[in-house]
Design a protein around this ligand. Sequence first.
Ligand code: MN
Length: 231
Amino acid sequence: MSRKVVGLSAGFGAAGAVVLRCTYVDSISQAGAVPVILPPGAPESAADVLARLDALMITGGDDVDPALYGASAHPATTHVSRGRDDFEIALIKAALARDLPLLCICRGLQILNVALGGTLYQDIPSELPGAVRHRGDGARHEKIHDVEIAPDTLLAALLGAGCLAVNSLHHQAIRDVAPGLAVSARAIPDGIVEAVESPAQRFLLGVQWHPEEFWNREDVFRPLFDALIKA
Ligand code: MN
């Protein structure tokens, strides 16, 4: 049986480079599929790209353009790339239209929410001063807060319901949840949205933490990638 092919969105780095952390690639390879990096391109090409893929992952990165959800830029919102935003939104909409399995990580969860009509907090420390620390400054796999996973959700079926420690590398977060998305995990104790899903899709899951950072460390988050491939 031929291996499934999973598209991974990417961002722009220094010196005009297209960049994606290897941990995303390694997580997909470990799950037994072939990762293909998708550089930001013309939104009109998204449907043609997806027609050749078995699943899609929208990866982490810099801040989403707040104009996409009707907000003006907060001083802490940086490194906006409208080209990446527009391409990823087109990929997400095309994937949902095809009912293609879709896993969204960190910024990926945020732009999923924006693509479907939701909004974001642009800077947790200044807009939600009572929140726990969500942007770690140590190792990327350092678990710095807990999440509460709701029972009877896709996420609970994969990782178990209840309390789970996660890493956290974000300063933005979901504000208004988009229509069609259900919240399946929140941070403890501040209640910030840490996962969304949609029972209406074959497989649609977004997580605010970074499960890919654990691919060679522990197996706790591997079911997310395995389920994306098997969906
Ligand atoms: Mn967090």
